[in-house]
Ligand binder design. Structure first.
Ligand code: ZN
Ligand code: ZN
Length: 340
């Protein structure tokens, strides 16, 4: 089968590899859709954000969905033909974090696409417990987007305790930010979406953002304040990983506001006394989602008729992988998806 590898230095290699065999407790999945994510670009450049030096040697792709082709011994709940999305973290299965459904917090975890073979290939093998059942009404492309993109942002938005009187700001309108708009709107909040790229702001408006702003415009902070009638934001999500955005969000939050850090950032500088202590803010990091949250994610998407395919602005065949990663890197796409 064909599989995409990212060995670094912007090289994209399509290699022929053997179709993997499902072991005990594992399933073989025929991949139907697999999304490209901003974190894949760390492999593309050769500086993996997950897995360190161990990363980059596996088949890429941590956001796949597909159809179970065959099951290994000891697989009881899932069967050939089942339509699934896949939880990206392969945990030990028995530690406290795994038993709580947080496979991505397990000390021994492996991440598909980084340190275990991922979904940018015709087939992938994963443990049965990583299978996330999807309804017939959900397309494979939507299912792939429902994991790291929508699932991550839905989980963050829930932790922000949003409701119908909340105003949330979201910085960075790539695929994560766009998914965050949909998640926050699903929870009833009004959303201010910020990005310097005009095309991204227009896309955010089409997704339901109530106000879009260019954060580099001199009057952006004043307009944000005006939108909240001077109160400040109730909540914020940063998807940009950018220091200026971190500070703008912290400055815009009202006392007792909450902020989720979702965009990868190696370091940042903030002003704790003024921004955190005096305002008694709650800041937290949010990363991916608990496996037990997935049925709720599906319920929100189906009950509110949210079609995540809207986020998939570009679809590629696996043979077009080089173009796909280049366009994604150049921010010419929102969600880019390999379809099989
Ligand atoms: Zn991702
Ligand atoms: Zn574990």
């Amino acid at each position: 089968m064909k599989a995409v590898f990212l060995p670094g230095n912007k090289r994209v290699e399509i290699r022929a590899v053997a179709v993997p065999e499902p072991g005990s407790g594992e399933v073989l999945v025929e991949v139907k859709a697999s999304c490209i994510c901003r974190s894949d670009l760390s492999l593309y450049y050769g500086n993996a954000v997950v897995g360190g030096d161990a990363a980059g040697k596996c088949v890429t792709g941590h956001e796949p969905a597909g159809r179970i082709a065959r099951v290994g011994t000891g697989v009881n709940k899932f069967k050939a033909g089942d339509r699934i999305a896949i939880h990206l973290a392969i945990g030990c299965g028995v530690c406290a974090h795994c038993r709580a459904g947080n496979y991505h917090i397990c000390h021994e975890w492996k991440c598909i696409g980084f340190t275990a073979d991922g979904g940018n290939a015709e087939y992938i093998v994963v443990p049965e417990r990583n299978c996330l059942a999807i309804p017939d009404s959900m397309s494979y492309v939507a299912a792939a987007i429902s994991t790291d993109a929508f699932g991550t942002l839905y989980s963050a938005a829930k932790k922000l305790q949003l409701n119908h009187i909340s105003v949330m700001g979201i910085w960075g309108l790539g695929p994560m930010g766009s998914a965050g708009i949909l998640a926050a709107k699903a929870l009833g909040a009004r959303v201010v979406a910020l990005d310097p790229i005009e095309a991204r702001r227009l896309f955010a408006e089409s997704l339901g953002a109530d106000l879009t702003l260019d954060p580099s415009a001199p009057d952006a902070a004043a307009k944000l304040r005006e939108f909240t009638s001077g109160r400040g934001l109730d909540a914020a999500i940063d998807c940009s990983g950018n220091n200026i955005a971190h500070n703008m969000a912290l400055d815009a939050l009202r006392p007792f506001g909450r902020m989720a850090f979702v965009g990868e950032a190696a370091e940042t500088t903030i002003r704790p006394s003024e921004q955190l202590l005096r305002k008694q803010l709650t800041l937290f990091g949010s990363w991916y989602f608990n496996v037990a949250e997935y049925p709720e994610i599906v319920e929100v998407l189906t009950s509110q008729n949210i079609n995540l395919e809207r986020l998939a602005t570009h679809r590629f065949k696996i043979d077009e992988a080089e173009t796909a990663f280049r366009m994604f890197d150049e921010r010419k796409t929102e969600k880019a998806v390999f379809v099989f």
